[in-house]
Design a protein around this ligand. Sequence first.
Ligand SMILES: *[C@@H]1O[C@H](CO)[C@@H](O)[C@H](O)[C@H]1NC(C)=O
Ligand SMILES: *[C@@H]1O[C@H](CO)[C@@H](O)[C@H](O)[C@H]1NC(C)=O
Ligand SMILES: *[C@@H]1O[C@H](CO)[C@@H](O)[C@H](O)[C@H]1NC(C)=O
Ligand SMILES: *[C@@H]1O[C@H](CO)[C@@H](O)[C@H](O)[C@H]1NC(C)=O
Ligand SMILES: *[C@@H]1O[C@H](CO)[C@@H](O)[C@H](O)[C@H]1NC(C)=O
Ligand SMILES: *[C@@H]1O[C@H](CO)[C@@H](O)[C@H](O)[C@H]1NC(C)=O
Ligand SMILES: CC(=O)N[C@H]1CO[C@H](CO)[C@@H](O)[C@@H]1O
Length: 654
Amino acid sequence: MSAYACFIFLFVFSSLTSSTVWAQNHTYVGHACRDERTFTRNSTYFTNLKTLWSSLSSRNASYTTGFQNATAGQEPDKVTGLFLCRGDLSPEVCRSCVTFSINESLTLCPNQREGVLYYDECMLRYSDRNILSTVSLDGVGLGALSTSSNKDVPSNQFQLFNKVLLLTMNQAASYAAVSSRKFDARKANITASQTVYGLVQCTPDLTTQDCYTCLQKATNQLATNKLGGRSLFPSCSSRFDISPFYNETAVRPPPPPVSAPPLPRKGGKSKLLVLPIVASTIVVVLLLIACYRFISKKAHHKAPAFDGDEGATADSLKLDYKTIQAATNGFSESNKIGRGGFGEVYKGTFSNGTVVAVKRLSKTSGQGEVEFKNEVVVVAKLQHRNLVRLLGFCLEGEERILVYEFVPNKSLDSFLFDPSKQGELDWTRRYKIIGGIARGILYLHQDSQLTIIHRDLKASNILLDADMNPKIADFGMARIFGMDHSAENTNRIVGTYGYMAPEYAMQGQYSIKSDVYSFGVSVLEIISGKKNSSFYQTDGAHDLLSYAWRLWRNGTPLDLVDPVIIHNCQRDELVRCIHIGLLCVQEDPVDRPTLSAIVLMLTSNTVTLPVPKEPGLFFQSRSKEGLINSEQSFKSRSVPWSVDDSTITDLYPR
Ligand SMILES: *[C@@H]1O[C@H](CO)[C@@H](O)[C@H](O)[C@H]1NC(C)=O
Ligand SMILES: *[C@@H]1O[C@H](CO)[C@@H](O)[C@H](O)[C@H]1NC(C)=O
Ligand SMILES: *[C@@H]1O[C@H](CO)[C@@H](O)[C@H](O)[C@H]1NC(C)=O
Ligand SMILES: *[C@@H]1O[C@H](CO)[C@@H](O)[C@H](O)[C@H]1NC(C)=O
Ligand SMILES: *[C@@H]1O[C@H](CO)[C@@H](O)[C@H](O)[C@H]1NC(C)=O
Ligand SMILES: *[C@@H]1O[C@H](CO)[C@@H](O)[C@H](O)[C@H]1NC(C)=O
Ligand SMILES: CC(=O)N[C@H]1CO[C@H](CO)[C@@H](O)[C@@H]1O
């Protein structure tokens, strides 16, 4: 537990005790001061703090943008600070709130070197550490609070309310993360007479990815059984209410519900579609899929995936907290090997020498004990050479811990995106990795007979064993966390920016096809050695998918390939993989192949691949207007797979 445990939390919702003229305009919400490092009034730090206040508030232009950062002094007394005004407010209100909060800061945090003050209209933050451009998700925030409408949602409306609310907040988060001000506010109808208003905002010094991660966490913590609430973190906030709490006219109206017409294709090749070819190819593909499934089922019987362990029960998987504590040196920092969306991961060694990875789940799991155990047993039965095996669990008091087999070589991203290690993965390795991931997901999707949707597939969730075979981690987490009860629609989003299919990010709709999308992003990353979510190309492409698509259309797909692997590779194989990657990231889920088709495409080069269309993106301006109404546009655009042999031939460089 970090020192933030000693933060002071104060919640005042009505009037401020030391009532000033300003207090009526600026509703105090709460504050937090970090107690462990302090200063005195005669110190350099105090002088620097005063300098900081005057430089923060002195620039008139910053009240228009609603954000300002500044620093004062030198280490070790350097102080960094920022303010952020709510995105809908005028410069005058922003100025007055900032002035007000600066004046209050020494009353609320009299001698602490670090503090955050929250008001309805603005937030003020300062520290002796560098707080700029880093996302703060620790328990520093005030977490979830109910707002003025501190009433319960009527039970007969609960489901509807939850669904509309979280959909609205997720949409707002997706838009805010990509906007330059990192702000979005929108409303939605619950019933004809009831509307819910939502507002999300990050400090604009964050990257899109960090902002999205923060907003996801903030939104997932909202108490959605109330008619109003908010989550406050130093880096972002999320708030909703059934009455308008922001200035609607100052917020740009949400995009009108347009169903975007399919973009005209410049090459005009789509006009060449020949129906008989389409039909016959579909038949061939279906036949091949059927054959493949038949063969793979048989293969399964020969080498059963469940290695005699089907009787796994909660008792046989249960581990002692003390044992795990001893194995990880009391969850020591030096044993920490990673941090995921669900908690921290430690390396552990049991007394008999077995090395394991221990995942200590964050305490917000929504699952009861019985359900937790049941799901762990289900997930422990999923065994495949391309999945990280779950060996056991521990459930004691607040603690929920999962114990996995230890995979020695870290995750795929630590090789792929590190210039000094990229070279260790040549094309042959990468090709095998792609195949292994595909087989692992195929098993989750259909061969395990359970249809497990991963929902957070990404390079950092793919571990590599000593022989560089891929093993997928973190599958089944949605089940273990009790988020998987409705089959197709989810309120709580668990995906990662850059890998999420548009319909999942915007509508909360997930399916095996949203995993296919994430797989496609991973394939293109493996081929290019570049990360989709932090992709910059000087000539205008803002993301890997658009870049890959443009090269494909120009007939130069090999320009995408990581220079480290290009000299020594099978070009046909590479182009085919790029092609498959593009098919997986199609906007319409119907256009994305299933994993069984993908495995077939990877293993047999006689299967003709459909022609890809432009990829679907949730974070690009082109798609923005269309996607707000994506349900409609998905339907209107579901064209069956079309095949155009001449295009494919053209695009395969000799
Ligand atoms: C500041 O004042 C305190 C007493 O109020 C004193 O103990 C301390 O030495 C002073 N520090 C400096 C840097 O003058
Ligand atoms: C900033 O705005 C205030 C009030 O509008 C004005 O009095 C002041 O002169 C301005 N300062 C600068 C540097 O423009
Ligand atoms: C704050 O409220 C007071 C009293 O209601 C009013 O006189 C003042 O103009 C307000 N200030 C701002 C910046 O809205
Ligand atoms: C600053 O705070 C003090 C009390 O802490 C108050 O008397 C004073 O009016 C405030 N000044 C402004 C500009 O709000
Ligand atoms: C909400 O309902 C009102 C009245 O029924 C309607 O005019 C409005 O267009 C609806 N808004 C949205 C965003 O659907
Ligand atoms: C809301 O915003 C509009 C446009 O910026 C502005 O004209 C109006 O005065 C604001 N309303 C309130 C109540 O602040
Ligand atoms: C991270 C960030 O926003 N830094 C800004 C802080 O403020 C100075 C000017 O006041 C800018 O130049 C920095 O870019």
